[in-house]
Design a protein around this ligand. Structure first.
Ligand SMILES: Nc1ncnc2c1ncn2[C@@H]1O[C@H](COP(=O)(O)OP(=O)(O)OP(=O)(O)O)[C@@H](O)[C@H]1O
Ligand SMILES: [Mg+2]
Length: 243
């Protein structure tokens, strides 16, 4: 089976950076997987996710999604790729304050030239936020805003759902709810790639946990059900890694 995401020897050195934010990372993600990328602050998690999203280019190496080498796409091609294939959820939601929740969710579809009101309504229902569709973001809780942001990420039926610390700005309860929703989406067939520095969250929800440190993959663990119920082993390992 060909991988949905394939990184081959990817290095990213930011301008002015003394060392690489990513150093020779190779990685594949299969369709339908729920993968967590874990690691301490500054280890390169967001850099990795941004490269997969086509938000940035690697300094060297190759990033391919669905068999397309993103390095062969120019600015316009990358923008089209993102619109058609990537849903991105951020830590701080980034909803547009002057649009209602529903208008925020419809925006990516409009940019693509499609009308998706029925699908948006479905997503609001599925994510348990149909009562807030006509409210402005300022009148929503953090958990509600993040669910709106997830609906917005899903409106164009992306091949890949990417989430960078999606629970980082939420209280424990709302965070757990958002994680449960991501798991439900994966069970329904959505490929999910999640970045978190929270080992507990990663091991509880993801079947595969990739640990990154200093821009390198230092562990790549596929957890069976028993390990996920008692993930102490991995937690110990990840603590060793972040020391
Ligand atoms: N736009 C940028 N320009 C220059 N350096 C950057 C840029 N973005 C990230 N870096 C650097 O690259 C390294 C990796 O950063 P990255 O944001 O990928 O880490 P992270 O694992 O997501 O951290 P955190 O958990 O704090 O979000 C860090 O040393 C960071 O300072
Ligand atoms: Mg980050």
């Amino acid at each position: 089976m060909s991988a949905l995401v394939r990184l081959t020897d990817v290095t990213k050195v930011y301008q002015g950076g003394l060392t690489g934010a990513l150093n020779g990372v190779s990685l594949t993600v299969e369709k339908g997987e729920f993968t967590a990328i874990m690691g301490p602050s500054g280890s390169g998690k967001s850099t990795l996710l941004n490269l997969v999203a086509g938000l940035d280019w690697p300094t060297s190496g190759r990033v391919a999604v669905g068999g397309t080498d993103l390095g062969t796409l120019g600015e316009a091609g990358l923008a089209r790729f993102r619109r058609n294939h990537i849903g991105f959820v951020f830590q701080f939601f980034y909803l547009l304050p002057n649009l209602t929740a529903l208008e925020n969710v419809l925006l990516p579809a409009q940019l693509k030239g499609t009308v998706a009101t029925a699908r948006a309504r479905e997503l609001f229902e599925q994510l348990g936020i149909d009562d807030v569709a006509d409210r402005y973001p300022a009148r929503l809780s953090g958990g509600q805003q993040q669910r709106v942001a997830i609906a917005r990420a899903l409106i164009n039926q992306p091949t890949l759902l990417l989430a960078d610390e999606p629970t980082g700005a939420l209280d424990t309860h709302s965070g757990a709810h958002v994680m449960d929703l991501l798991v439900q989406l994966q069970r329904a067939g959505q490929t999910v790639l999640l970045v978190t520095h929270d080992a507990k969250l990663a091991t509880r929800h993801a079947a595969r946990v990739i640990s990154v440190r200093d821009g390198k993959i230092v562990d790549d663990a596929t957890l069976d059900t028993a390990e996920r119920a008692a993930p102490e082993v991995l937690r110990v390992r990840s603590e060793e890694v972040s020391r």
